[in-house]
Design a protein around this ligand. Structure first.
Ligand code: NAP
Length: 287
């Protein structure tokens, strides 16, 4: 059984990205710039944006960090996004989700210019991805494809089962896996699927993005399957300095006894999500 080391793959790709940033600076005088907006102080969001900003600076990019109070209005946030759309120093705009409940996610995402939508969340980018046009691929799904390739699996002709159908993970992963250049056969499971194990037991690859611990257990797997665990769940744990530990959506102990390869949590999908964000920001600056 192989652990698919997302940190290692992320580090390899970040080295390539940093080299790309350096040559863009020296050849064209352009420094890729990413604006990261956080509204409020949700602890998980704070830690995500801090990690994104750090990675951005380490890659030699400009990181514009914008922290707004939780009572910021939708109109104020949309107007800030529109200003950033016009700012030539900024090539990527990221609004950390979720935003507070009085602000509509959709209104904010729709305000981001598609050419600066490095998260790949705007309807224009999602549509371009679906019809195979040049676009910014959404970061987590793109990172998942890279991780499966890194595990050594050639996806062509393989059966991939995706658990979860969110707009940011499940649906786009299923779309990317079924593209002709990837050529996997895809089954998308969700809470309306009566018996998920019927499908996972036939799967060469299982991507689990349900947001619930133990959604996937070893008895649900075909021996040798590749497991990509997207879940990030905080479990209270008094023995840890922060009072919690992180677990994925797969039960690591039982799955790792049956799988051929599996991503750990943390250290699997998470580092790749940030890396693909840097990748898209560099690509945006090159364009
Ligand atoms: P989400 O929006 O809550 O969607 C979860 C999906 O899973 C839904 O489609 C839901 O079905 C389905 N689901 C839930 N429980 C299920 C079950 N027992 N059996 C089958 N399907 C089930 O979550 P998300 O945004 O996709 O995120 C999923 C997980 O990935 C979360 O833990 C999140 O924190 C993590 N995540 C990690 C990263 C990273 O970079 N590491 C990035 C994004 C997300 P219905 O549609 O029927 O409700």
């Amino acid at each position: 059984m192989k652990i698919i080391d997302g940190k290692q793959l992320a580090q390899n790709l970040r080295g390539e990205i940093a080299a790309g940033v350096e040559s863009l600076k020296s050849e064209k005088g352009v420094t890729p710039g990413l604006a990261v907006i956080l509204v409020g102080d949700n602890p998980a969001s704070v830690s995500y944006v801090t990690a994104k900003e750090k990675a951005c600076r380490e890659a030699g990019m400009l990181s514009r960090e914008i922290r707004l109070p939780a009572e910021t209005t939708e109109a104020e946030l949309v107007s800030l996004v529109k200003e950033l759309n016009e700012d030539p120093a900024i090539h990527g705009i990221l609004v950390q989700l979720p935003v507070p409940k009085h602000i509509s996610d959709k209104a904010v995402i729709d305000a981001i210019a598609p050419e600066k939508d490095v998260d790949g969340f705007t309807p224009v980018n999602v549509g371009r991805m679906m019809i195979g046009e040049r676009c910014f691929l959404p970061c987590t799904p793109h990172g998942i494809i890279k991780l499966i390739e890194f595990s050594g699996m050639d996806l062509k002709g393989k059966h991939a089962v995706v658990i979860g159908r969110s707009n940011i993970v499940g649906k786009p992963v299923a779309a990317l896996l079924s593209r002709k250049e990837t050529n996997a056969t895809v089954t998308l499971c969700h809470t309306g699927t009566p018996d998920i194990s019927k499908f996972t037991r036939e799967a060469d690859v299982v991507v689990v993005a349900a947001g619930r611990p133990n959604t996937l257990t070893g008895d649900m797997l075909k021996p040798g399957a590749v497991v990509i665990d997207v879940g990030v769940n905080r479990i209270p744990d008094a023995t840890k300095p922060k009072g919690f530990r992180l677990v994925g959506d797969a039960d690591f102990d039982s799955c790792s006894k049956v799988a051929g390869a599996i991503t750990p949590v943390p250290g699997g999908v998470g580092p790749m999500t940030i890396t693909m964000l840097l990748w898209n920001t560099l690509e945006s600056a090159r364009r």
